[in-house]
Design a protein around this ligand. Structure first.
Ligand SMILES: NC(=O)c1ccc[n+]([C@@H]2O[C@H](COP(=O)([O-])OP(=O)(O)OC[C@H]3O[C@@H](n4cnc5c(N)ncnc54)[C@H](OP(=O)(O)O)[C@@H]3O)[C@@H](O)[C@H]2O)c1
Length: 343
């Protein structure tokens, strides 16, 4: 196959005001640069979109710097190595990378790149339940929450790839009760029937605190929160003594204007109930990914961990896939298919 000379990528066209819209993004064609010594050229097969990317589209504080107008949107992809100048990967290898939303990517020799083993699992899982979302669930529970058998667990945005994996891993780890929040009948049915949660509570109901209390009358030992401050504040009185709160993400706050995100008011429960709250950036645990991935892969092969994907076709659909995270009733890891996997 001749080396491609040009590729397409999705860039930030303007900063979103509130929820992102597809026209906040542009698709641009650009020449593919030389592969540097130590690097590789990768043809992407599929990519995923992450809600946390929203925090990089606005000016202001985040754990990562804001993207500039015209910069490629960040994200994870599975690709095939088509040129290599490094001993880390060979032509024909399949890899998961943080290439961003593009059809080809020149790996510069540093940053996230992981060889995908040849096995029976679908490739897209390496940017889903075996990738960043699944690893966030794994290390959020194992390292941050220190989940113990018998714990009562509440997971917010439970139908998303992070939440659904966290809820099921909590069960595998011996949780006595697993409750999730989600909106809509389809998500609720999937979480009860496929992911086997004990109960699902619609977070949009007006009596949410009472509904959560009824869902676990003895309270919660672990809150795995994907949603943000208002939800955490509402849950603080529901935490059991010694409770642990994992701050995974802030879905309800990503689209808020600076200054509009509310603070926590119920902090007295940290004292009375000796609570602990800790955030994570999943890449801090990168060295431990392979063993966690092996164990999650085994659960999937044994049919003991359910996952869901929602698919889009072609790079041009990446902005829509991303915007749907905040508006659509669809759910599951959003996968944008770009090219056929090699036979
Ligand atoms: N800390 C880390 O290292 C790390 C790594 C990866 C991901 N994360 C975080 O993990 C969280 C979950 O990620 P994910 O990929 O699994 O996404 P996700 O949960 O699938 O996110 C999309 C879902 O969020 C819910 N949502 C959207 N707006 C909301 C709002 N205003 N309030 C409450 N829920 C809302 C929607 O569900 P409903 O229809 O039910 O509202 C939507 O389907 C995100 O916050 C992400 O940033 C953290």
């Amino acid at each position: 196959m001749a080396r491609p000379t040009e590729t397409r990528r999705i860039v930030l066209a303007r900063r979103p005001d509130g929820a992102p819209r597809p026209d906040d993004f542009d698709v641009v064609a650009a020449p593919i640069g030389e592969t540097p010594e130590g690097g590789a050229l990768i043809r992407n097969l599929c990519l995923s979109v992450d809600p946390g990317t929203r925090s990089r589209l606005s000016e202001g504080a985040s754990y990562a710097p804001p993207l500039k107008i015209g910069e490629t949107i960040d994200g994870f992809a599975v690709g095939e190595v088509i040129e290599s100048r490094t001993s880390r990967v060979s032509v024909g290898d399949l890899v998961a990378t943080g290439s961003g939303w593009c059809e080809h990517w020149v790996f510069p020799g540093r940053g996230y790149i992981q060889l995908i083993p040849h096995d029976s699992l679908p490739l897209s899982l390496w940017i889903g339940v075996l990738g960043v979302p699944g690893m966030t669930a794994w290390f959020g529970l194992h390292r941050v929450a220190g989940l113990k058998a018998g714990d009562r667990v509440l997971v917010t945005s439970a139908a998303g790839p992070v939440g659904a994996t966290a809820a099921q891993l909590a069960r595998q780890m011996g949780a006595a009760r697993v409750v999730g929040t989600a909106h809509g009948a389809d998500k609720t049915r999937w979480l009860l029937d496929q992911a086997k949660l004990d109960q699902v509570v619609d977070y949009r109901r007006s009596d949410l605190a009472e509904a959560l209390r009824a869902a676990s009358p003895e309270g919660f030992d672990v809150l795995f929160d994907n949603v943000g401050n208002a939800m955490i504040d509402l849950c603080l009185p529901l935490m059991r003594p010694g409770g642990r709160i994992v701050i995974s993400g802030q879905l309800a706050d990503y689209n808020a204007r600076p200054g509009d995100v509310r603070g926590l008011a119920n902090t007295r429960y940290f004292i009375a109930s000796r609570l602990r709250m800790e955030g994570l950036v999943v890449f801090d645990d990168l060295k431990a990914f392979p063993e966690a991935q092996r164990q999650v892969g085994d659960l999937i092969r044994k049919g003991e961990l359910a996952y869901r994907e929602h698919r889009y076709s072609g790079l041009d659909q990446a902005p829509l896939a991303f915007c749907d995270l905040f508006t659509a009733s669809t759910f599951g890891r959003r996968i944008v298919d770009l090219a056929q996997a090699p036979a």
